[in-house]
Design a protein around this ligand. Sequence first.
Ligand SMILES: [Zn+2]
Length: 449
Amino acid sequence: MLEHQMLEHHPYGIAVPPESFFRRVGSRLDLGGTIPFNPNSVYVITAKALIDGTGAKPLEKAVVVTQGHTITAVGRQGQTPVPEGSHVRRLDFPDGYLLPGLIDSHTHLMFGVPGSSYEQVISEDSDEVMLLRAAKNALTHLQAGVTTLRENGARNQITFNLREGAHRGYVTAPRLLLCGRPVTISGGHFYWCNQEADGVEGVRHAVRELVRDGADHIKIMASGGGTAITDLRRPSYTVEELRTIVEEAHNMGKRTTAHCLATGSIINAVEAGVDMIEHAAFVENDGTYRFHPEVAERIAKAGTYVSPTVQTGYRGLEALLAKEEQSGLSPDEAERLEWSKGKCDSQLEFLGRLWREWQIPIVSGTDAIAAFGDYCIGLELMAEAGMSNMDVIRASTSVNAEALDVGHMTGTVERGKDADLIVVDSDPLQDIKALRKMTMVMRFGERVV
Ligand SMILES: [Zn+2]
């Protein structure tokens, strides 16, 4: 069909393309993980209670109806009309708690090789091997209840190819929101993903290239990080460069998020109007961690989301503590343990302060690099940092969906939204660890667990 034939006539005589046209020309967020799929399949799901993701108190004896990809009814059992007939599949969870599918704001799907450094994986594995691993990681995450994930950086076309495979039904994956390659300075953090860009013109070009390739958002490396030759204590981009990235991304309808370990990089990113800060680690020039209330105030005033990725380093810390107990540590390991304790403690303390003292909107992100499917530990740590279980659930559902610009599709259990749902066996408001084990996972109307 020719483009002009797709135009519909507006009541005032202006020709406007239908919404579906924009969805086709823009990113392909609307498409699910596994298509083909019978759009007429109907589920009636009952549960002991529904926690809908909005923060409202649980609805007891709940029923949710899905048809095709969409939630068509939400209410109380006995008071909500439900469809009947041989095409209707019933799922009854009399002791189960029904919630929206979970959202991870930060992954790196091409990794997931525990015990290896970035440099090892990057030099040893081809894009093709990493693509296969990304498919496996995406499925593992989905089975842990993550029905939407935001991918924050992979090499070349790996994640774009993964999404193409998911759209064709070759792999089962969560909804994939992709940056493709992160924008980084020459020799900057993740430079081997191959999107180095410097100067105002350079970064503008990079944003356009990424959107051309299919990026849903722009990930910026605003400080160094774990990449061997970079310095995580110092900002990388200037405010002017960051501002150009944000302007160009927004101009193209895309949001931005910035990796910020150094305090200076947080200041620059907020000044430039970046939509989300990743990590917010507050690392000083001397490598120590120190919270800055005046920087927190700026984040709060700007309304910037923070994805504290509070679980990074936590499993490593656990392993070192276990080894210390069993067989003792080498001097090298003992030093790593000290450093690791300081990092994990400050992550929790800073998250608690950002939340309590400044009410900054927090979203849950794993920064999954070593292990996929290990999502709930981040929620447990957020609760430990002082967030209520309800606020942790909102941070991993509705608030996260709004932050990622998909709030109209997912993040709450409401009529008209995509049928992204999970069921767990016990009440996560009593104990957030209930989200460790999934009894049911439904993505886009298709049951996957
Ligand atoms: Zn990351």
